[in-house]
Structure formats: structure tokens, C-alpha cells
Design a protein around this ligand. Structure first.
Ligand code: SF4
Ligand code: SF4
Length: 293
């Protein structure tokens, strides 16, 4: 069973909930597709058992000894990425136009390393597939797909795959969700949160995925929470959790410990109840979650 956790944008508590659900699921593969702000790994001790370079595209390089400073490459570059035979690697889009016009054949396109990808063996048999981005690189659908492929290789003996999806509705999000069994949307009770969740629901409808919704910190604005609930019901979707504001969540983030390890946390209790509902929705997985201490 592969559950993807999404929200319309960052900062809704998606990772807090993802880490909590992974902790409850126990026999789990976690895939951190929020590659621009990957932080699931911070909550665990572990050992990298796979490590590889991920290349996202091409960049131009100039062999300076061959360059005669004719300036033809500069004229043809639409991205202002080349001046006096020197490439600005942050501006170069790897289009290759300069390589075509250089009379000295002094420019070549080379693979650009965008990230290092890891499979990390964590405590209690958990596996985490994750990436560390190179400075200046963006998360891409291709990278997200690579992370899911890496994680799925280890899913044979695991009951659940929990994917911490990318925020927004762009290509990395689509790559996070396609082919999964279900999506859990994390909404926050603000007016912008309501609009964000409408957009992601439209995306889920397009891909015809089983879509569940939870409202995080629902009691911060109960009026907007009711509007979110009403919209979700209009769409004939199910609210599986309403998680109250709980200062213990801030403590858990500061201590980098999953919220479900805090025995008296009301947010943890709500997430545990939600996990039971998710399991029922997803076809009666065995009742094997626990309050981990
Ligand atoms: S590869 Fe394209 S973007 Fe990069 S320097 Fe050459 S022309 Fe400019
Ligand atoms: S086109 Fe080739 S030779 Fe001319 S400036 Fe660019 S790299 Fe140098």
C-alpha cells in the first residue's frame, strides 16, 4: 500500500504527519519526495545502504585553450549564460545552441549533477529513500520518480510505503502521486489553505486517486475548517482526521522526535485515530499500529 501525503503548499504539517504515520506503520518504506526541503531523515538515526549521483540535465563547458573569443556563442545564447567564453552555470539551461555555432568546437555539453540520492536503513527496519540537492538545483519530476523507484525496490517485505510528497501542484507533485494507492491531503484552516486544497483535490480527481483529507490545527479557525469540510463533502471525499493545535508538536519538531512518541499529546491521539481510519479505507490492513514510546 502506497500512501502519498500532499498539501497545496509547504508548512501545513505534512512532514510531521508523514513521520508520525511512518512511525505508526512500523514496517515501512518512507520516500521523501519533498526534495527541496527534505527533512524526514532528521527524525531518525540510520545508515546509508545505497548512494548514487543523480544527473538532471546538461551544462555547457568551454575548453578555454581552443577558444578564440570570437563571441558567436554569446550572441546565440538566449539565457545570457555565456560571456567572453565563460559559462555562468546557474544561468545555463543546457540547450546546446552554443555548441552548434562555435567554429572552434570549443564547447561541449556535460551531465550536471543535481543531487545525491540515498537509501537509508533506519531503526526498527524502516527504509528511507531521500535526496540531498546540489546548491542551485531544483527538485524535478525525474528526481522524484527516481526516489520512488529506489524506495519501491525495498517494499517487498514492508506493509506500507509512505511518500512525503512535494508541495504545490507542479511536475514533482504529479511524479509523487501517479501510480500510488491513495493520497492523504493535509489542509490548514486558512483562506489560502482552502484555495490550496481545492487545487490539489482537482489534481487528485484528474488522476482518479483515492483521496482522503485531514485538517491540521483545525481549531485555529473552526469557521474555515467547516468550509474545508463542506468543500470536501461536496466532492464526496472523506475527512479522516481533524488534528487539534498542540504545542507538543513544536516540542517534537525541536527535539526531532515523531509526535506519536509523546504519550500525552492530543495531536498524536488524533493522528493515531486517523491512521486507524486510513487503514480501514485502504482495505483493512491489520491493526498493528502502536503508540511508540
Ligand atoms: S548550452 Fe544554451 S544556455 Fe548554456 S551557455 Fe550554451 S547556449 Fe547558453
Ligand atoms: S564561439 Fe567558441 S571560440 Fe567563439 S567565443 Fe564562444 S567558445 Fe570561444
Amino acid at each position: 500500500m502506497e500512501l502519498v501525503i500532499l498539501s497545496g503548499k509547504g508548512g501545513t504539517g505534512k512532514t510531521t504527519i508523514g513521520v508520525a504515520l511512518a512511525q505508526l506503520a512500523q514496517e515501512v518504506v518512507g520516500i521523501d519526495c519533498d526534495v527541496d526541503a527534505a527533512n524526514m531523515y532528521l527524525y531518525y538515526q540510520g545508515e546509508d545502504i545505497e548512494k548514487q549521483k543523480f544527473y538532471s540535465g546538461k551544462k555547457a563547458v568551454v575548453h578555454e585553450s581552443q577558444c578564440t573569443q570570437c563571441g558567436q556563442c554569446q550572441e546565440v545564447c538566449h539565457f545570457g549564460a555565456i560571456q567572453q567564453g565563460k559559462i555562468d552555470l546557474f544561468a545555463c539551461e543546457g540547450c546546446g545552441a552554443c555548441t552548434l555555432v562555435c567554429p572552434q568546437k570549443a564547447i561541449a555539453l556535460v551531465d550536471e549533477k543535481a543531487a545525491q540520492v540515498f537509501v537509508t536503513q533506519l531503526e526498527k527496519g524502516m527504509i528511507l529513500s531521500r535526496a540531498e540537492m546540489e546548491i542551485g538545483s531544483d527538485g524535478s519530476g525525474k528526481l522524484v520518480t527516481q526516489l520512488r523507484t529506489n524506495g519501491r525496490k525495498f517494499s517487498k517485505n514492508k506493509k506500507v510505503i509512505i511518500v512525503d510528497g512535494s508541495p504545490g501542484i507542479g511536475c514533482p507533485v504529479i511524479a509523487s502521486m501517479t501510480g500510488s494507492d491513495a493520497v492523504l491531503l493535509v489542509a490548514e484552516p486558512t483562506l489560502s489553505g482552502l484555495e490550496d486544497i481545492k487545487r490539489v483535490i482537482t489534481l487528485c480527481e484528474h488522476f482518479q486517486l483515492l483521496t482522503l483529507v485531514c485538517i491540521n490545527k483545525y481549531d485555529m479557525n473552526e469557521e474555515i475548517s467547516r468550509k474545508i469540510e463542506s468543500f470536501v463533502h461536496q466532492k464526496q471525499l472523506k475527512i479522516v482526521g481533524k488534528i487539534p493545535y498542540d504545542e507538543t508538536v513544536i516540542q517534537s519538531i525541536n527535539e526531532l522526535s515523531p509526535i506519536v512518541t509523546y504519550e500525552n499529546s492530543i495531536a498524536a491521539k488524533a493522528i493515531e485515530d486517523m491512521w486507524e481510519k486510513i487503514k480501514i479505507k485502504l482495505g483493512g490492513m491489520k491493526n498493528e499500529s502502536s503508540h511508540c514510546k
